[in-house]
Design a binder for this molecule. Structure first.
Ligand SMILES: *[C@@H]1O[C@H](CO)[C@@H](O)[C@H](O)[C@H]1NC(C)=O
Ligand SMILES: *[C@@H]1O[C@H](CO)[C@@H](O)[C@H](O)[C@H]1NC(C)=O
Ligand SMILES: *[C@@H]1O[C@H](CO)[C@@H](O)[C@H](O)[C@H]1NC(C)=O
Ligand SMILES: *[C@@H]1O[C@H](CO)[C@@H](O)[C@H](O)[C@H]1NC(C)=O
Ligand SMILES: *[C@@H]1O[C@H](CO)[C@@H](O)[C@H](O)[C@H]1NC(C)=O
Ligand SMILES: *[C@@H]1O[C@H](CO)[C@@H](O)[C@H](O)[C@H]1NC(C)=O
Ligand SMILES: *[C@@H]1O[C@H](CO)[C@@H](O)[C@H](O)[C@H]1NC(C)=O
Ligand SMILES: *[C@@H]1O[C@H](CO)[C@@H](O)[C@H](O)[C@H]1NC(C)=O
Ligand SMILES: *[C@@H]1O[C@H](CO)[C@@H](O)[C@H](O)[C@H]1NC(C)=O
Ligand SMILES: *[C@@H]1O[C@H](CO)[C@@H](O)[C@H](O)[C@H]1NC(C)=O
Length: 485
């Protein structure tokens, strides 16, 4: 009952000096004190501030109701004077300037009764106290804090170079690089939450509020790849949950330079015929923009004027005419594809050991510093026999025993005086060779053919020599033509 003695005059003096009303009343007047907590309202909206008008006893009556705002306890912002009227319903209402004209009304009928403010101004953000004076009972104060929410007005997206991108495509960035997007919002009370959404799904809700009220949320998209192409990244700024207010947003659409995914030599890998032209086709897909295709034969680039490159959807097609020679069996024909826009960057070359695409590796870097993929064809070239005939004469005194030896080179006679007479039958020339009677001749026939299965015949003036009846030593060596030329 000590508190009752202190009464009205005392605390109205004190209140002028005490800023934190809640703490003050809680401490000194715990029984007279009602807290309705905090109420949020959107700027321009309508808000109801509750006040408890319950009579302490049934024979009591309300005489005066004052609404005070903030630390101003002297001038009420709203007054209901029930002293002259019998009932509260026809009591007189006084509005202060801040609620003119008719921005507020105190609804006494509802329970609890409510001070309705409509529309809410940003300046309405404050602590409110409703003080009720009864005829007999002690004064009761209700407290409520009004938070006026001011939505953020502007939202922006920047790339890592500080360029602003508004609702448009960003990039193109090279595949496998990291993309940093910074979303910023200035203004808004309280500072808004900034959230990144990718294709409608929230992916990053971590934002920073700086001292000057700037809110930012940095999104890093690591190692962008094919599946990130044209993804829509939306940044939303909101500080109020309501069905009537939509958070403001901005978006970017990610554009990417893509590496080729696959390259294939389409031509059937049949056996080729030496000297016969063949058209070879190669196709690659996945590169954006269109891939460049280069052809290599044994690592030598083929400059082919009839190369056709076309870009339909994301495919690139190239064709060359190739004429294999007898020397090309086992050689490698390569179709190499790369994206002309993507220069090799160091970050990529060190991380390619992680398996993004199996075919693109750090080693596959051409002289223009680009990563490529390639399709390799080991050629099998068929050709008719290439023949060289070599005739040697030597001293028969030394090597009589070996005259009929035809089997292995280790038994061949070694001559001190030899005449080498290479005769290419594929380009026939006639060469004269003078020999004495009884000279032993070594006739060597070198044959190169693919397939190497050959039927060998030695003709003498158009007559087939029966090998076993002749004096000559006759050797057939297959597929060593290159070493002789
Ligand atoms: C209003 O105050 C009375 C007594 O002062 C209390 O019994 C009642 O619960 C209060 N009503 C609300 C809604 O707080
Ligand atoms: C009351 O609040 C206003 C602003 O809300 C401030 O400018 C003023 O200094 C305050 N007065 C006291 C006594 O705290
Ligand atoms: C208030 O209303 C009551 C009836 O509800 C009436 O008797 C009384 O005269 C009114 N007083 C004023 C001041 O209008
Ligand atoms: C909005 O509501 C969601 C869940 O209902 C909550 O997680 C979020 O913090 C709220 N945002 C604000 C600004 O109140
Ligand atoms: C960007 O698009 C959003 C909808 O996604 C829209 O609310 C916003 O007004 C647009 N911003 C501009 C500058 O057009
Ligand atoms: C390639 O070979 C397959 C069978 O091996 C055949 O069906 C196809 O028609 C051939 N394509 C061409 C272009 O010759
Ligand atoms: C590129 O082509 C491949 C194969 O035709 C297809 O799977 C892929 O979706 C295409 N990509 C784009 C971006 O068109
Ligand atoms: C031709 O090349 C194929 C494939 O490399 C190989 O198997 C074959 O032995 C070669 N033939 C000749 C005669 O060199
Ligand atoms: C990548 O390859 C390594 C082995 O080289 C393997 O251990 C790892 O699981 C692979 N990672 C993925 C994502 O396929
Ligand atoms: C082979 O032909 C040449 C000239 O064509 C001739 O002189 C020589 O007698 C012929 N030798 C034999 C054995 O027929």
């Amino acid at each position: 009952m000590f508190y009752v003695i202190l009464s009205v005059q005392f605390f109205s003096i004190l209140l002028i000096y005490i800023v934190d009303l809640h703490s003050f009343f809680k401490f000194f007047f715990p029984f007279y004190f009602l807290v309705y907590g905090e109420i949020k309202s959107l700027i321009g909206g309508r808000v109801e501030l509750p006040c408890n008008l319950t009579l302490p006893s049934s024979d009591d009556a309300i005489q005066l109701i004052f609404w005070h705002r903030g630390n101003n306890t002297r001038v009420p912002i709203y007054t209901v004077d029930g002293r002259a009227s019998q009932t509260l319903s026809n009591a007189t209402h006084f509005l202060s300037d801040i609620f003119q004209p008719n921005r507020a009304i105190f609804n006494l009928q509802s329970n609890p009764s409510k001070l309705i403010i409509d529309p809410v101004f940003e300046t309405d953000h404050n602590d409110y106290r409703c003080r009720v004076d009864f005829r007999w009972g002690r004064t009761i104060n209700s407290f409520v804090t009004l938070h006026v929410i001011v939505p953020p007005k502007k939202i922006t997206i920047r790339d890592q170079n500080g360029n602003y991108i508004e609702n448009s495509t960003i990039g193109p960035y090279d595949q496998n690089t990291d993309v940093i997007l910074t979303c910023e919002s200035n203004g808004g009370i309280p500072p808004p939450t900034l959230q990144w959404y990718k294709n409608g799904v929230m992916i990053d809700g971590s934002y920073i509020v700086s001292d000057n009220g700037l809110v930012s949320n940095e999104l890093i998209i690591y190692k962008i790849s094919t599946h990130d192409l044209y993804d829509k990244y939306v940044c939303q700024a909101g500080n109020y949950n309501s069905s009537s207010t939509i958070p403001i947003e901005a978006y970017v659409i990610l554009d990417i330079n893509l590496l080729p995914i696959d390259v294939q030599i389409l031509t059937n890998r049949t056996k080729l015929l030496a000297g016969r032209k063949i058209d070879i086709n190669c196709q690659t897909y996945g590169s954006k923009p269109a891939a460049i295709i280069k052809w290599f034969h044994n690592d030598k680039q083929l400059i082919t004027p009839n190369s056709i490159e076309s870009y339909e959807s994301n495919k690139t097609f190239s064709s060359i005419t190739f004429k294999p020679t007898v020397y090309d069996n086992g050689s490698l024909l390569k179709c190499r594809a790369y994206n002309p826009r993507i220069q090799l960057n160091k970050k990529f070359s060190t991380t390619t050991t992680t398996n993004t695409t199996a075919t693109i590796t750090a080693e596959n870097i051409d002289d223009e510093n680009r990563n490529y993929i390639e399709s390799i064809w080991r050629l099998e070239v068929l050709y008719s026999p290439q023949v060289i005939l070599r005739i040697r004469k030597f001293n028969n005194n030394n090597n009589n025993n070996d005259q009929h030896s035809m089997s292995s080179s280790s038994t061949l006679p070694t001559s001190t005086t030899t005449t080498i007479m290479p005769l290419s039958i594929s380009s026939p020339t006639t060469t004269m060779m003078v020999i004495n009677e009884q000279t032993t001749l070594l006739i060597e026939c070198f044959i190169n053919a693919n397939p190497s299965l050959v039927d060998v015949q030695i003709l003498h003036n158009s007559t087939i020599i029966q090998l076993n009846k002749q004096l000559a030593v006759f050797v057939v060596v297959v597929n060593v033509i290159e070493s002789l030329l």
